[in-house]
Design a protein around this ligand. Structure first.
Ligand code: G3P
Length: 219
């Protein structure tokens, strides 16, 4: 399973990259705003700064809701760097934009997916990735991981190549559950990735190993 980090924070992206497990980055307008990145030029140069850190795909979201606007923005975004994947919302014009970009060989990530039907449409339109938001579904007492499984089954039935990118991942158990059901990618915060490496028995065991080594080497 590929690990993407879901942030526009350069420090966190660097940290995840240095850990050696980072396969890409996803961003959205809210994450950009959270870092205080506003204005088109600043946003575009921030995407470039992200691409300069990572080796994998970087999702950059359009903010237009009409087909022409999405196409214009998407074509501008892919000029920034070959790592850019155009993030398109799951709306009617978005489906048309997915088809347009797929025919042009431009990679896309269809965002704001909350149902299997939406994921099926995105795959038929040729999306490279679909992003079902599992955390936001869990927030409203709906089974986010269940949706990932359902989409994987549908894609497998027909051999769709669209990759299932579990988004809105909030904690380490989400990551483990995504891996159990076979999600292609998960995107989440650095805290969730770092939480995977923690176990109290590891800390206790290491403390004991180091104490015993120190005892044996203190003469
Ligand atoms: O990038 C989209 C998605 O991952 C957002 O997550 O935590 O705002 O629901 P969240």
């Amino acid at each position: 399973m590929k690990f993407f980090i879901d942030t526009a924070n350069l420090k966190e992206i660097k940290e995840a990259h240095e850990l050696g497990v980072l396969d890409g980055v996803t961003t959205n307008p809210s994450l950009m705003a959270k870092e205080g990145i506003t204005g088109k030029d600043n946003i575009l140069s921030h995407y470039k700064a992200i691409c300069d850190i990572v080796d994998g795909d970087v999702s950059a979201e359009v903010v237009s809701v009409d087909l022409e606007g999405m196409i214009r923005e998407g074509e501008e975004l892919v000029e920034i760097d070959s790592k850019i994947v155009v993030k398109i919302p799951m709306i009617k014009e978005g489906v048309k934009a997915l088809k347009y970009f797929s025919q042009k060989g431009i990679r896309t990530n269809c965002t704001l997916i909350f149902s299997a039907g939406q994921a099926l449409l995105a795959a038929k339109a040729g999306a490279t990735y679909v992003s079902p938001f599992i955390g936001r579904l869990d927030d409203i007492s709906t089974d986010g991981i269940g949706l990932i499984e359902q989409i994987l089954t549908i894609y497998r039935n027909y051999g769709y190549e669209t990759q299932v990118l579990a988004a809105s991942v909030r904690h380490p158990m989400h990551i483990i559950q995504c891996a159990e059901v076979g999600a292609d990618v998960m995107t989440g915060p650095l805290s969730a990735m770092e939480a995977l490496l923690k176990h109290p028995l590891t800390d206790i065991g290491l403390e004991k190993f180091l104490a015993d080594y120190a005892k044996g080497n203190s003469k």
